[in-house]
Design a protein around this ligand. Structure first.
Ligand SMILES: [Zn+2]
Ligand SMILES: [Zn+2]
Length: 258
């Protein structure tokens, strides 16, 4: 199984709109970060996790022309704004319908903004013959997406919840500031864990920061932890030096093989 970090940035990316790099050195290519998303490919099934505003550029960089399903972790714009591109994707799917895995709140918010893609009286003209369809998730649950065995679990993300996912000994925990006790069992015994670390210090209550994410890594003890959803306060070289063995910063284009 191969996992590609399509985007390792926080909601506004680095540099953010208007060109701000914050503490990040513009000369370090790993500081250039697009919005958070990963791509999972086990050779038989391909799964896109989140579809943010940089989606089109991200899949172009990696020559990804299609995928079997989309998994949305939660309805914030940096995770769903790529929905704009859905009609053209559907048009080129040769009639193959596209399952979209969501919790109820995410489905509601996506349908509010992109209602025209789901109105049966008009959707066909936007989507060609292939249709998107919802698969509602109610974590914690075991699911099969093609050949991928997935375990979902809830994560606290400020006032809302996001969905974490585990596939084998890999887990993805973007957008989280706390784990409910019942989710913790899914975080032990990992080979790789990609987890939120939005800021250098505790400045955003709906996300994690360096000290907290490192403490999580020391608690759950995955063999390797990659920090993601990184904002302009996280300079790749200077923060990398602060991290203990086994914890590293993710970057756009990083691949993990299991
Ligand atoms: Zn986010
Ligand atoms: Zn979020």
């Amino acid at each position: 199984m191969k996992i590609t970090i399509l985007g390792s940035g926080s909601a506004y990316g680095v540099p953010f709109a208007g060109g701000g790099w914050g503490a990040c050195d513009p000369k370090q290519p790993r500081n250039r970060r697009t919005t958070p998303s990963i791509f999972i490919d086990d050779g038989k099934t391909t799964l896109l996790v989140d579809m943010g505003p940089d989606f089109k550029e991200q899949i172009a960089r990696h020559n990804i022309s299609k995928f079997d399903a989309i998994f949305f972790t939660h309805p914030h714009a940096d995770h769903i704004a790529g929905m704009f591109h859905l009609p053209i994707l559907m048009y080129h799917r040769n009639g193959v319908n596209l399952p979209m895995y969501v919790d109820r709140a995410t489905r509601r918010d996506i349908e509010k903004v992109w209602w025209y893609m789901f109105d049966p009286s008009i959707a066909l003209e936007y989507t060609g013959t292939a249709r998107p369809f919802w698969r509602e998730m109610l974590p914690p649950e075991k699911m099969q997406i093609g050949t991928l065995d997935i375990q979902t679990f809830w994560q606290q993300h400020g006032r809302i919840k996001s969905v974490g996912l585990r596939v084998g000994n890999f887990a993805y925990s973007t957008d989280v500031n706390d784990f409910p006790p019942e989710s913790e069992e899914h975080l032990y015994g990992l080979d790789y864990w990609v987890v939120d670390c939005n800021c250098l210090t505790n400045t955003d209550k709906s996300h994690s920061y360096v000290e907290k994410s490192v403490a999580w890594a020391q608690k759950f003890k995955p063999k390797k932890t990659y920090l993601t959803h990184l904002d302009y306060t996280i300079d790749y070289d200077s923060v990398s030096k602060m991290l203990p063995a086994g914890v590293e910063l993710a970057y756009d284009g990083l691949t993990i093989e299991l």
